[in-house]
Design a protein around this ligand. Sequence first.
Ligand SMILES: *Cc1c(COP(=O)(O)O)cnc(C)c1O
Length: 340
Amino acid sequence: MIDLRSDTVTKPAAAMREAARDADVGDDVYGEDPTVNELEARAADLAGFEDALYVPTGTMGNQVAVRTHTERGQEVLSERESHVVKYELGGMAQLSGLQLRTLDGGERGIPTPEQVREGYVEEDAHRPGTGLLTLENTHNSKGGIAVAPEKIDAAAEAAHDHGVPVHLDGARVCNAAVALDVAPSRITENVDSVMFCLSKGLGAPVGSMLAGSEEFIARARRNRKLFGGGMRQAGVIAAPGMEALENVDRLAEDHENARVLAERLATVEALDVQDPETNIVLVNTEGTGLTAEEFLAACEDAGVAGVQFGIHVVRFCTHWDVDREAVETAAERVAQAVGE
Ligand SMILES: *Cc1c(COP(=O)(O)O)cnc(C)c1O
């Protein structure tokens, strides 16, 4: 099976397993794990913030950030197709007592400053007040769109004009940085916090980072404990995470493989393939007469796995464990699966 479901499916490389074995550890809840401390310092540096916090998952990183920026009963402005809205079990409501106001970020998944200004709610006797704006880069549901830093700046400025902080769900912000040929810290320059995953294209077995100001991270550390994310000898998993930080430039290979995959799939007449900007390829199956579910079943029979993103939309994701040859084979198998 050529597994293109997600860039989370990679198995840790030998160097990561060795790093885990040899990691210097301590009790991280007491702040005594030297490996975690070093990972947090390096991640803060990469993201251009004063401090960072190691969290087990991207979801926890986002939810801790949301909780730390807001007060119960406030509204959060989020792009309507974003991960925090669609795929985190309504965590903002469940864990932090927040109400969502969603914005339509269009094809590129980024709200305009006007939309942010219109969505903003001033607190008064009737209205809850806006406590946070969240943005996403790369935008997963829109097909791994690499949002230009200027667009992030503009939306963030509109929020800041009202004193509203901004959190960036940058699960794949390093993919965006590589695709746009800028430093990750340029993309995060005007937001107040960022979460990014070590466990996706960067190849770590587990872990994500939340970065922000020293004061913000100190409060986020308490909320991580509240959400059950205070870990002990976490250096064992942080050590492969440190290796992962060295893999940013390698993401270009995944992007190139996604481009090759998309080009090959586009030669199948019945498929409508979105041009990839990073490591995600969205395919519309409507022309085949198959739903996404039926199409994926046929692909699986042919030895390729993807995930459903809509009634007629499928996502294929390239990653470390699929090379050029594998994506070429995958494209051939998909073509056969739809009878071409
Ligand atoms: C994967 C992902 C997350 C969550 O990460 P997990 O580690 O799976 O919890 C958050 N946001 C986006 C955009 C993602 O793609």
